[in-house]
Design a protein around this ligand. Structure first.
Ligand code: HEC
Ligand code: HEC
Length: 474
């Protein structure tokens, strides 16, 4: 009979070895990305939804020489590098999620050297985690399609992590053993198209992860003492807060000010995960306009993902507004080595390259939408703030709570104490979880009714319905 540890390792390795035999060679993915980049640079026509297509003239093509050539080379490099960072880079945050919180041990389960029952693929999918079909060998895709994969076995989750197939989650292995775990930007800002099965498909970078229950995932971690210490409450209370967020939400300000509930609404202080597409041309970012895309990228990589880098924002020294951030000098982060700063240019570049997705044909009533467009720029006064085609203001795109007729709780948790005019393109792709920063309006119809009454617009039922169709069309 096998000794206990030997038995455990036999159990640990067999199912994964079986799956690994069929894992794809790395070369395929490299060839794929290079082909995509080449197509990008030399495609005769470049177009983005809502923007006139731009065709290079023969004169422009001829002038890809000298410094122009360097610019094009930078475009290719930044695109590829930026995409890799967005999808794959943990910035060293496994030191937090794995080494400190021990999240990987809950994923492993006791059978494979961790604790508890382990995370089954079914539970992982139920928590909104997504599987990148391109990372799966063809035979496994077939097995999944025909239900020959045991979705109740945590060994399958470990195998998927080993194949790098779980979107936004990186497993770090020592041989067969999962020794740590980290997260990437793609966790919250990507989805998949469900091509193979619900939760399994081609990546959709930039789409808001509205199925993802980040709070419940973090709450699986055996050791939440880093949160406990900062917030000054017990781990059980931390878990309660995290589980109270719900799918599609995260609280980026929790570890700055320790606030957990909006007293005006009684709702959790967490906000919806916004899309990270269609951001080029938009000045300030996040629901409350913390800064530019690259300011926020540095903020998130250092303070939310807990990567190892450098971050400077002395606005966080305001001890009244941000007591936890000020006490812990979160506005003055320095790590050596710095695993974030060198990646910011390419990451920024890739973020700006992601367009808002075009609504699928037939997903809205085109005739009603064209009537709605007239309401949007006329009687509804929407275009005064949501200026087409950016759908936010060119310039300082910020408004007080009173201007949009809501409470100022979330605005007050930010430096400018205002709400940022949300860029509306691609709204159709993130209807789950509702609208406005905390999802307070369940549907677009409720949003329109809110403006109608708060601003006394006097829109008829027909005009309101047309406006909704227009919102679904942009
Ligand atoms: C754990 C989930 C999570 C992860 C991981 C995450 N984000 Fe976010 N992101 C959010 C949330 C929530 C917000 C909204 C924050 C707010 O308004 O307070 C946000 C906002 C943003 C915005 C602003 C979008 C807009 O509407 O202007 C950008 C850009 C962004 N994130 C980029 C990134 C990048 C790049 C990374 C990786 C370095 C990243 N995020 C990692 C949850 C996440
Ligand atoms: C005074 C400026 C202003 C006007 C006028 C305005 N909006 Fe907004 N809009 C905002 C701001 C600011 C937000 C972000 C609210 C938040 O963060 O909770 C927003 C959010 C939204 C959202 C939610 C976006 C999301 O991702 O959840 C929709 C939809 C929307 N507005 C549609 C409209 C329509 C339709 C009109 C006209 C009837 C309109 N807005 C008029 C400033 C404005």
């Amino acid at each position: 009979m096998l000794s206990k540890p030997a038995r455990r390792s036999a159990q640990a390795s067999s199912p994964r070895r079986r799956l690994r035999r069929i894992s794809r060679p790395l070369l395929i993915s490299v060839a794929f990305t290079l082909a995509a980049a080449t197509a990008l640079t030399f495609a005769p026509a470049l177009s983005a939804p809502g923007v006139a297509s731009v065709e290079a003239t023969s004169e422009e093509k001829r002038r890809f020489a000298g410094f122009d050539r360097q610019i094009v080379a930078n475009l290719d490099r930044s695109f590829l590098h930026g995409r890799r960072i967005f999808r794959d880079d943990t910035f060293g945050d496994e030191a937090f999620w794995g080494d400190a919180l021990q999240l990987h041990r809950a994923v492993q389960g006791e059978r494979f050297g961790g604790i508890g029952g382990g995370l089954t693929p079914r539970t992982a999918l139920g928590l909104g985690l997504k599987i990148d079909v391109r990372a799966l060998p063809r035979s496994l895709q077939n097995d999944l399609k025909s239900g020959r994969v045991n979705l109740d076995d945590p060994a399958v989750t470990l195998a998927l992590l080993e194949m790098d197939a779980v979107v936004g989650v990186k497993g770090f292995f020592a041989g067969d053993r999962l020794r740590s775990i980290g997260i990437t930007c793609a966790l919250c800002h990507s989805s998949v198209d469900d091509a193979l099965a619900p939760g399994i498909g081609e990546r959709l970078d930039g789409w808001a992860a509205r199925d993802l229950d980040v709070g419940s995932i973090i709450a699986l971690a055996p050791d939440l003492s880093p949160f406990s210490k900062l917030l000054g409450v017990g781990q059980d209370d931390v878990r309660k807060v995290l589980r109270g967020w719900g799918p599609g939400k995260f609280d980026a300000e929790l570890l700055l000010d320790g606030k957990v509930v909006n007293p005006n609404t009684g709702r959790s202080a967490a906000t919806l995960i916004p899309p990270a597409f269609g951001l080029a041309g938009v000045n300030l970012h996040t629901w409350t306009g913390w800064g530019s895309v690259t300011h926020w990228n540095a903020f998130v990589a250092n303070l939310e993902m807990q990567g190892k880098g450098t971050f400077y924002d002395p606005r966080l020294d305001d001890a009244t507004k941000f007591p936890i951030a000020a006490a812990n000098k979160f506005g003055h982060v320095r790590n050596t080595p710095d695993l974030i700063t060198s990646k910011l240019p390419a990451l920024h570049f890739y973020q700006l390259a992601i367009p808002a997705p075009t609504p699928p044909a037939g997903s809205f009533d085109a005739v009603a939408a064209s009537r709605g467009q007239v309401v949007f720029s006329g009687k509804g006064q929407c275009a005064t703030c949501h200026v087409p085609p950016l759908f936010t203001e060119p310039g300082w795109n910020m408004h007080t709570a009173a201007e949009i007729g809501i409470d100022d709780f979330q605005a007050k948790r930010s430096p400018d104490e205002r709400y940022r005019t949300a860029p509306l393109k691609g709204l159709w792709s993130h209807q789950k979880g509702g609208f406005y920063h905390d999802g307070r309006f369940a549907t677009l119809s409720e949003v329109v009714q809110h403006y109608n009454s708060a601003k006394g617009l006097g829109l008829s039922g027909q005009e309101a319905a047309d406006l909704v169709q227009y919102l679904l069309s942009i």
